[in-house]
Design a protein. Sequence first.
Length: 116
Amino acid sequence: MVGWISIKTRKVHCVTMMITGFSWFILGIWYGWGYCFCTDWHWQVREKLGQPVPFNSYIQFLVYEITGYIPDANITDIFVATIYFLSLFISIVLNIQDYNTARKYTILNKIKKPDG
């Protein structure tokens, strides 16, 4: 969720966030809102290992695994969605700024003729 901080990871972060959104909201039409194919795969592996997960939310599961506390599912979903949309917004804005900056310098470099 913080891949937008580094200029080097911004594009990959934005694409990853969009894939996550696609999984949550498009695949979620068929599998349920918030469906994540990575989480589904993780759950399947844990099932085969005999370690089923009693939660629907991966974040709820992580909080429990790390702290032993079981957060409310609705609050967890609201928190995750808020952080997701905030991070996606920041990522898109910074990627647009990076694109415009690169475009500006490309145009300036074409205008300037090398001395020689």
